[in-house]
Design a protein around this ligand. Structure first.
Ligand SMILES: [Zn+2]
Ligand SMILES: [Zn+2]
Length: 92
């Protein structure tokens, strides 16, 4: 069996994902005193675990340096944010 090392992007820093984070509980669910959900991902903004109900999966364009300019890839990348960070990002 191969070892897989996952990395998580927290703000502008990348750090290895700890094994314990893979079975972390959703923070928003803990706030609502629910414990029946499992985290499906880690918010790319606040770094807290989030579940299927509270996660917002966004498509993001990836830009690459090509010569003197930047080119955006044809295939969008993906990023997970939690419900709270999603509201903070989209609220005016
Ligand atoms: Zn949740
Ligand atoms: Zn968040």
């Amino acid at each position: 069996m191969a070892w897989v090392v996952l990395f998580v992007l927290v703000g502008r820093h990348i750090r290895p994902l700890l094994k314990s984070e893979l079975d972390m509980r959703c923070y928003d669910c803990l706030q609502e005193a629910r414990s029946d959900t499992t985290g499906i991902g880690v918010c790319s903004r606040c770094g807290l675990a989030t579940c299927e109900n509270h996660a917002r999966v966004r498509q993001v364009q990836v830009t690459r340096q090509v010569g003197m300019g930047a080119a955006s890839g044809r295939i969008p990348a993906r990023r997970v944010v939690c419900h709270t960070c999603d509201m903070a990002e989209t609220a005016n």
